[in-house]
Design a binder for this molecule. Sequence first.
Ligand SMILES: [Zn+2]
Length: 228
Amino acid sequence: MAKDKCIADFLFEQGFNTPPSERVARETLIAGGLTNSTKRNICSDKLRRAQEMLALSLFRACSDHRCQLLATLEAGTRRVVTVADAGCQLCGGKKARRSVAWAAYRLGLMGINRVLVIGGTPAEHDEISKHVRSRGSGRDRGRGGSPGQAAMEFRFVDGTRPGRASEAAAALMRWADLVVIWANAPLKHSVSATYAACAAGCREHARLVYASCTGAAAMLDQVVSGIA
Ligand SMILES: [Zn+2]
């Protein structure tokens, strides 16, 4: 026999983690006929329908201005509900994920979809790649609610290893719409010099910017606020 579940717990688990957002979610379930205003519990065989109803009707975003703006673009017909960070569908409370989403949007508006980052550690590169992948596969975009931009791609050059041959550097530079020299991260002079020389020797090279902030999120924010 199906057991009951506390509605407040269920809604919290679904990311409606503030009293106002929980209220909106509960009203949505009431309007959909899945509960009423006096019930504390919901039968567990209704949970899947409740989950679907919430996903179709509401879009959760934290109070960060970037997530709020992206939410209005991605929500489509869904109502945007402000939640605490961990429940945000865009960042999940993770700074780097938010910065990747924002960079993809702002740079995408400028036609920049391929970014080459020179410098930084493999761990920092992995962090950015992970959030780029989660944007590509995990998001439930609203019908017609997508910003309609091409997917963002990153490539990285490990700044701790010796500089690559200039032909390899030139090929990467041709691929990129934007090249970021991440100077504050681990970066051997031979690496940055290879790319700087390549940029200087080629008139058609991608736009080149320098970043000095520590950490993937801060670096992306610096790049975006500097050029977008
Ligand atoms: Zn957020």
